[in-house]
Design a protein around this ligand. Structure first.
Ligand SMILES: [Mg+2]
Ligand SMILES: [Zn+2]
Length: 189
């Protein structure tokens, strides 16, 4: 068990909110701008299958400021997410929803992580409360968004950022990748 903090006994996880880049697919410095830029991280689809097979709802919540910058259109983003959804289907995974923030850091919106807006929206859309929700992300902004929304969080080292330092509410720790996370979260203790 790689985690420093354990979930409560008899805990039942109902919703996992997945950050996208660095969790499901490979980060690109220029950003993933079209569906041909999409490269699955090893084990990501198996991990999604594992979680989904354990009756955990899955949502994606991703910052996509390239839309606000005008270098990617909403249609291109929809095509990327269409590919993602299509390629999860053979793994028997259905996402409840895919949420994105199109804004720039300076827009001061409430949805761009580390703000909690996307996480709140994910919980609202799935009808699951913060106690039964866990966010998995590769950056400090993901962990901070989860903390601000009051849900659990887990860091994966398959992306861009290192693990957050210092104690944080409901932060479980850092693991190698999504497949490790899924195995830990679905292991019966
Ligand atoms: Mg990320
Ligand atoms: Zn936003």
């Amino acid at each position: 068990m790689e985690l420093g903090v354990r979930l409560p006994r008899h805990y039942r996880l109902e919703l996992v909110v997945l950050d996208r880049d660095g969790v499901l697919n490979r980060n690109l410095d220029r950003g993933v701008r079209q569906s041909s830029d999409w490269v699955w991280l090893p084990g990501a689809r198996a991990a999604a299958n594992c979680l989904f097979a354990h009756d955990i709802r899955l949502m994606v919540a991703t910052n996509q400021a390239n839309i606000g910058r005008g270098i990617m259109t909403t249609e291109q983003l929809a095509a990327i997410h269409g590919r993602m959804v299509d390629e999860l289907r053979p793994a028997h995974v259905r996402l409840t929803d895919v949420l994105h923030c199109p804004h720039l850091p300076d827009d001061r919106c409430f949805c761009r992580k580390p703000e909690p807006g996307l996480v709140h929206a994910a919980m609202r859309a799935s009808g699951v409360d913060a106690e039964r929700t866990l966010l998995i992300g590769d950056q400090m902004s993901d962990i901070a968004a989860a903390g601000a929304a009051g849900c659990w969080s887990l860091h994966v080292r398959s992306g861009r950022g290192g693990p957050p330092t210092g104690p944080r509410p409901r932060y479980l720790g850092s693991v190698a990748n999504l497949l490790t996370a899924a195995r830990i979260l679905t292991a019966t203790s």
